[in-house]
Design a protein around this ligand. Structure first.
Ligand code: ASN
Ligand code: ZN
Length: 353
């Protein structure tokens, strides 16, 4: 029987959870029958099998403390709920594959594991606990949204996980992970274009997994696509290095494109002049176009989703992503529309022509 109980999460405050009453076991289970029977399990710090279904006697889940193993599961469940609702309400996509079927989420994966991942074979995702000191469990909403979105990519464009298509695959997960964070708009998780900042026990402007507005803040991810207009330099990496770069770095250029498309050459609060990051509009763009105006998150995410699901294919590269988003913008807003021009301008601002 479907039920609803409060969840005391690590990162999102007290949130409503979708649970179910198992009359045979006489216990509540962390299974959401209204979202394709998504289930959250505890791996018990092992790394094999599906883990043990999370259960609770009084339908009040966790206590918001790391010491309570259920609290980590609360964040995973909440993140999955928001992800499901985001895809359904924003794009009419019901379920990761669009077939109404939910996924499994396993928390407490392995020991001191500082990562999370999607596995399309089991249609499931796993979340590590972090390192036990400086890094907390990897169940912040943008991380959950990122992992689930790998399932969406696997069901649609099937972008191969290496080279430029791999970078686009990673960027897709960062883009939707971030849009899911905005969709949830949880007061305990002020939305932003920083990925994974919540998992750091001592937050700081330079503690994050990635930053979309300025990927090179990590001193590795390129801001700009390397070409004649943008030879290697600060915020850029030479083409000769690209083939060896991790997909979590080559994603930077597409993350950067999406930020500029949605928001324009605007420095986010906390990273602007006078702060330690000390960013200026000129430092956000690769071509000096500080007049770049964003079209907003809603139009930007509609363009990206249509490009992903209707135009990108397994070996799409950066040039192909540009063409895909221009086509998607034409379909949605018209050829020569303000939105389509903004897509061209945002790609130019990251040196993709
Ligand atoms: N957290 C990583 C990701 O989802 C795991 C990986 O490298 N695939 O991108
Ligand atoms: Zn990823």
């Amino acid at each position: 029987t479907p039920a609803s109980g409060p969840g005391y999460s690590l990162f999102a405050g007290t949130v409503p959870l979708n649970t179910q009453w198992n009359a045979t076991r006489r216990i509540y289970e962390l299974v959401d029958s209204t979202r394709g029977n998504t289930a959250i399990t505890d791996m018990g710090n092992g790394y094999r099998g599906a883990g043990t279904l999370m259960v609770d006697a009084d339908n009040k889940w966790g206590n918001a403390a790391l010491s309570d193993r259920v609290s980590t599961g609360v964040d995973a469940s909440y993140g999955f709920t928001k992800t499901w609702d985001f895809y359904k309400n924003t794009f009419g996509r019901v379920g990761i594959r669009g077939d109404g079927v939910g996924a499994m989420g396993a928390v407490h994966y392995s020991i001191n594991y500082v990562n999370a991942f999607w596995n399309d074979d089991c249609f499931c995702m796993s979340f590590g606990d972090g390192n036990g000191t400086t890094v907390r469990p990897l169940v912040a909403i943008d991380i959950v949204g990122h992992e689930v979105s790998h399932g969406v990519t696997a069901a649609t464009a099937k972008l191969i996980y290496s080279g430029e298509s791999g970078g686009l695959n990673e960027a897709n997960s960062d883009i939707f992970g971030t849009m899911i964070e905005y969709y949830a708009n949880n007061a305990n998780q002020p939305p932003n274009y920083v990925i994974g900042e919540q998992i750091f026990a001592t937050p700081a402007w330079n503690k994050f997994i990635r930053t979309m507005f300025k990927p090179y803040l990590d001193k590795t991810s390129p801001d700009c696509y390397p070409n004649a207009a943008n030879p290697a330099g600060t915020g850029n990496r030479p083409m000769s290095e690209w083939s060896m770069m991790d997909v979590h770095y080559t994603s930077g250029v597409a993350n950067h494109f999406f930020y500029l498309l949605a928001e324009g050459a605007v420095v986010p609060a906390g990273y602007d002049a006078g702060t330690p990051a000390n960013l200026t509009p000129a430092s956000l763009v690769c071509n000096g176009n500080t007049a770049l105006v964003g079209i907003g998150r809603e139009a930007a995410q509609q363009i990206w989703y249509k490009a992903l699901t209707q135009y990108m294919v397994s070996n799409t590269n950066y040039a192909g992503a540009r063409a895909a988003t221009l086509s998607a913008a034409a379909d949605l807003y018209g050829a020569g529309s303000r939105e389509q021009q903004a897509v061209a301008d945002a790609w130019a601002a990251v040196s993709v022509f």
